[in-house]
Design a protein around this ligand. Structure first.
Ligand code: ADP
Ligand code: ZN
Length: 433
């Protein structure tokens, strides 16, 4: 029930750590004994599950990486028979092999629980009507928020992304109090509402739960001022579970991690060495009781710092700083994960293009804009304007299909893109500067 769910946020720290150790030891045994991937990784280090005696022994465990999931696609990290898996999701990567994540019935319950705790923390009750504007399908955003909202007791409307005009109408007609979507989609919704002459400040909307991509305090202020809602942060990633790994409380002291299920560490992104509380580094997460596909010491590539001092809200759960950047080259544009290598494959599929390019991401007003600037061969550059036009249309035309985002493109002469020590800086992200 909702109220007893929330109590889990207030466990005494000693009690919490006892629970974490018990769960850590159990999951380590489970992973070692049932997943050939982990058996091999432990044996390579001469490590046995019994070697994990205290929470700080966690550093003895090997890290896991996105590449482990790719290399062992699709079921190689699973630790239960296929018959116990009740759901699969996949990462939003649009080319190559996606990352597939498996869940048992029990895993789904934990996922719903932590997402629900995130919504309850934001003040949701059975008085609320919540619309889910995250994408459903393979992406964990839609289903994850949906299950969590139901568990929190709200009335849930499974809208998905897009169809913004209809959403505006439904907000007015159905008494919707809450929306879960990406921050960039919410800004888009604000613009559409304005165009339709709808003043969202006069609507029933009170809460927004935003995540799946980084957003700034400026953006938060803009969303709140423009609509009168309260904007809450919801953090998560598919590999660990989905949305609801951490959630913001009323004091806005940074999202609390539901560390009775997801154990956090911060490491130096270069060396992998553990860093002390308060210091910024890469977030590493261990799933303490995800049975189908346990992930031990997963390198998220998200940069943050952890704070263990008690939050004024009274919760004992650790707080993380909001994620603003990552230490790999993955970009999140309009909620879609994008690696420069995908852009490279797109460009290389078009004749007359040199693989010297830069990806420029801007945020003008509402939406992220993606521009691909690319050099063309001297022959093409010296050619007629129509040939250049054809190439440009080729890039833009293929972009939605190959990278999942409509991109603008501009062609530049050979050598126009700056190189440093022979390397091109492929990404120029102007959104968070
Ligand atoms: P999801 O399906 O939840 O979007 P993905 O695996 O596709 O999960 O993307 C997860 C990544 O999205 C995280 O590692 C992080 O970089 C980013 N992310 C998710 N939630 C937030 C948030 N609230 N604030 C900032 N970044 C976020
Ligand atoms: Zn708090």
């Amino acid at each position: 029930m909702p109220s007893s769910l929330s109590q889990k946020d207030f466990l005494d720290r000693t009690e919490l750590e006892r629970l974490q150790l018990e769960r850590l030891q159990r999951i380590v045994h489970h992973a070692y004994e049932h997943s050939p991937f982990y058996t091999k990784a432990f044996d390579a280090k001469g490590l046995k599950p019994e070697d994990i005696r205290t929470l700080s022994d966690i550093v003895k465990l090997p890290f896991t990486q996105k590449t482990d999931l790719r290399d062992n696609y699709p079921y190689g990290l699973n630790a239960v028979p296929r018959s116990e898996i009740v759901r699969l999701h996949a990462s939003s990567g649009t080319t190559g092999k996606p990352i597939v994540v498996s869940y048992t019935k029990g895993d789904l319950e934990i996922w719903s629980e932590t997402a629900a705790r995130c919504f309850l923390m934001g003040g949701i009750s059975n008085e609320d009507i919540a619309v889910i504007g995250y994408g459903y399908a393979l992406f964990t955003g839609g289903m994850g928020a949906h299950q969590g909202m139901e568990r929190a007791g709200a009335t849930v409307i499974p809208m998905g992304g897009g169809n913004t005009e209809k959403l505006c109408m439904m907000i007015q007609d159905l008494g919707i109090t809450t929306i879960c979507c990406t921050p960039s989609y919410f800004i888009h919704l604000m613009e559409v509402a304005e165009r339709l002459g709808i003043d969202l400040r006069k609507s029933t909307l009170k809460h927004g739960f935003f995540g799946a991509e980084p957003w700034t305090f400026e953006m938060r202020d803009r969303m709140e001022a423009g609509t009168g809602i309260r904007a809450h942060d919801i953090f998560g990633l598919s590999e660990i579970m989905g949305p609801g790994v951490a959630g913001g409380c009323g004091t806005r002291n940074g999202p609390h991690i539901f560390e009775d299920h997801y154990f956090p560490e911060i490491v130096d992104p270069e060396t992998g060495e553990p860093l002390p509380p308060g210091q910024e580094g890469e977030l590493v997460l261990t799933t303490l009781d995800k049975w189908a596909m346990p992930l031990l010491r997963y390198r998220t590539h998200d940069l943050t710092a952890l704070h263990y001092d008690k939050c004024p809200c009274g919760r004992t759960l650790v707080r993380m700083e909001p994620i603003r950047r990552r230490c790999d080259d993955m970009l999140i544009v309009r909620g879609v994960n994008l690696f420069p290598s995908q852009v490279e494959s797109l460009l290389l599929s078009i004749k007359g293009i040199v693989p010297h390019y830069e990806i420029v991401v801007t945020r003008e007003g509402a939406m992220d804009d993606l521009e691909i600037r690319v050099e063309v061969t001297p022959e093409v550059f010296g050619d007629q304007v129509s040939a250049l036009e054809l190439l440009r249309n080729g890039i833009s035309g293929k972009s939605k299909g190959m990278i999942g985002i409509n991109a603008k493109s501009s062609l530049v002469e050979p050598g126009a893109i700056a190189r440093c020590d022979g390397k091109t800086k492929h990404v120029i992200d102007k959104r968070f500067k």
